[in-house]
Design a binder for this molecule. Sequence first.
Ligand code: NDP
Ligand code: 8X3
Length: 253
Amino acid sequence: MNRKIAFITGATSGFGRATARRFAEAGWALVLTGRRSERLQALEEELASQVPVHVATLDVRDAEAVKTLVAGLPEGFRTIRCLVNNAGLALAPEPAQKVDLQDWHTMIDTNITGLVNVTHALLPTLIETGKGASIVNIGSVAGQWPYPGGHVYGASKAFVQQFTYNLRCDLQGTGVRVTDIAPGLAETEFTLVRTKGNQAASDALYRGTTPLSAEDIAEQIFYVATLPDHININRLEVMPTRQAWSAFNIDRD
Ligand code: NDP
Ligand code: 8X3
């Protein structure tokens, strides 16, 4: 049997890990990456009885490491059908004028540079797969809707949206689809990372409402990647029912 293969970045937590489980359930072989090796090993142990799994410790910011990993993928994991560009993070929820410059660089290096590193390395195999292949980029509602403390995070996700659309233009005729999935409030380790380990702040954000779960987004990723070959969802914005926009903020005398 010729299995379909998915390559997932940021598979050690949240959306990425749930997506690995969702594709495994459907029989896809998996290339799973992230920086935390012990979590990758645990996921491999969990899923390897279901499907072939190749795990690789990878920091997406390191272009050379990305290239080397892709060039050295073992037999049976080389012809990628779906790339899920999920690795990413927000830092520094405070106003722009109070932020440490390094936090901005980390977001740019991960959410923009990391995403293009992986995309560039995998484009040849995705194009070889052709019809039915997909790139699913994880953007955010923050890429379109500004909010206080969104500064570089939101801007990095706006990049993801426009890069998705521009890739579509260049990949026209190859059969490779490209989608920007833009989730709203979702309970993962995202806020713990954003607040540098403040569990109480993370709990407070999700308390008393019904956020999206990692599994909700995994289901959307799986959905867009398994639609009939001739359908490309360009952008899919997904919010919890209990989240909506707010009024403009007016500064008054
Ligand atoms: P988590 O913090 O739970 O997961 C983030 C994942 O990204 C981890 O697996 C982490 O792995 C990986 N990652 C971070 N930096 C790097 C790096 N330099 N190299 C490789 N992997 C990295 O958060 P989510 O699952 O929520 O986030 C996944 C994506 O979804 C992100 O792009 C985020 O911006 C986006 N998003 C999240 C929303 C939310 O509300 N949760 C809403 C909208 C979008 P490791 O640390 O092991 O490297
Ligand atoms: C994460 C969702 O609303 O914190 O991208 O920007 S939000």
